[in-house]
Design a protein around this ligand. Sequence first.
Ligand SMILES: [Zn+2]
Length: 598
Amino acid sequence: MRTWKWILTAFLLITLSAMAQQGADQSSTSNAVQANAAGSQTATTPAATAQPAASQAANPTAASTATAAPTTMDQVVDRSIVREHALMDMLKTRTPLVETYLQNLKSDQKLGPVPSEDHYFLGRLDLGEAVDRRDYLSKDESFEKNLLGGVSKMFKFEYKPMGFSWMIFADREDFDRGHYSFKYVRREFLGDVRCLVFDVTPKKDAGKGRFLGRIWVEDQDYSIVRLNGTYAPRPKNAMYFHMDSWRLNLIPGYWVPAYIYSEEGDFSYGAKDKMAFKAQSRIWGYDLKKGGKEDELTSLRVDSVKDETPSTTDASPLEAQRQWQQQAEDNVVERLQESGLVAPDGEVDKVLQTVVNNLIVTNNIDLPRPVRTRVMITSPLETFSVGNTIVVSRGLIDVLPDEASLAMVLSHELAHIVLGHNLGSKFAFNDRMLFSDESTYNNFGFRHNPDEETAADAKAMELLKNSPYAQKLDVPSLFLKELSERAPSLNALLTAHLGNSFTNDKGQLVRLSALATTGPALDANKLDQIAALPMGGRVKLNAWTDRVELTKSAPVAITSARDKMPFEVTPFFPRLSRLASDANTGNPTSASNTAPSN
Ligand SMILES: [Zn+2]
């Protein structure tokens, strides 16, 4: 295990954190101190000048604008080191969620490397003194336990979830000139952002597990926006992954880690490399309240449950029943949002809502309360409904090939609502909301019994056949066939954590299986037949606010069966851009979001 040498830098960090608190509104002084403090850490660093750059738009929270623009590459490196330490400091009070979804690969003659099995973990990172994490998934079904039996000893340690969190920073303790050499490579655009590219190598005797690779530094504040490489030298009996780590400019002055892609494996002829996998890690929920300990119970905002229909009459028993269900529904949705599992109401919900309305209107459904939709931020393919709210996971929206497939998914949950299969009314009792974020999966569950599932499937088929999607069910049926075919190797992706899964524990398709028996046959060689998309293709997540929106990618022509990659993990290539300067768009630009909360 990599040791965290905290003693060396503890003093520096404590100083910086004290400064950050004092100087929240007198940033130019604290910036100067930050620059000097970091400068004093390494003897080779020329003392950063503290002269304020009057010409630059002084952003109260952008720490680096208070120093003169660097004139040499050495000064750029110094500045990026300062910025890296400022980022670590800013994130110290944050406890974002981190999710890693990993697919082990095998070689398929026709399709190339395809998933053979998969693994999933979800936890909360503590970016304080040492990067630490707590699991959302309970210990017994955790990845580690299952894995330790199944994977050769040699790779045991590297697969630990923690390993995927490392590349949040290049080097948590010693990112400086004393431990690293920096070599300028070139200028390059990443999306809209012009970057300076440096190769970074650990110095001789810098110790084990140092960053080795390349960094991209944006040319305004000189923050690192991308890291690509591994750690070296490796300790005995262990190996570090290769990783590509991306940051986004989500708050003024900082680029926060959001995506990490990892890949190992060599399928060339005669390759000895036995380990082969691809993994996506996503980090979000930076702005969530720090919580999680059993004694820090999340407080409920009681005022959020409003009686929107002030009435002079008393509630009838049926009205009382409906209000009770509404209260449960509001409680659950709010609690899931607080624990970072459900995104705030937003743009994607409007799309889902439109499809739901199409089903409702064409089927003449009359419900006492409107149906709402929300997006669960996690990757596993699942849906559930609580009261009149339908929740669909981000991973599921990602892989759905078209609107009719989305309608197919939503129709099943709408059917539960229409049939009155109301779950979760026990959550109208507020004591049932009082649990730690990490134990959400132990406290919530919205699984229907098999009878209700069968009834919902039958009703869903009826809803679809009366809808504008009635003539477009070939693609949804192909989706279910593809899912059915891939299911045995995608157990983790198909394991629902709150709702119902598409498959049973034997990996057989159970959801809407009648639809899978109709329509055209699945054929990988038909290039115009797209049954399911790769992971991560549709929904873009703001790692700071947890807001989701649809990506705007242009369609790319498929040239071989290998291009289809249904349900597969692919690298990240987010389009980088700077945060829009107008601070009042409802986005995470308000100063209150950027100041450390305690
Ligand atoms: Zn169901």
